[in-house]
Design a protein around this ligand. Sequence first.
Ligand code: FES
Length: 81
Amino acid sequence: MLEIKICVGSSCHLKGSYNVINEFQHLIEEKALHDKIDIKATFCMKQCQKNGVAVEVNNEIFGVLPEAAEEFFKNVILPKV
Ligand code: FES
């Protein structure tokens, strides 16, 4: 199971955490990956300076903008599933 943590702290919230979560959930549903990917919301990961919402995948933290969430899912998350 691949665990993805998405920051919903105040800074990331303003950058669109919920849009990123919605996009990921939509893609997981579309590709029937429920049993392979687990999404969790988390509080501030001390990565507020990143350009985008802090998203942790396999202990690596990325900055993901809502408009780039689908691309991120395809390029970074899918290869790890
Ligand atoms: S609010 Fe998301 S890393 Fe700080």
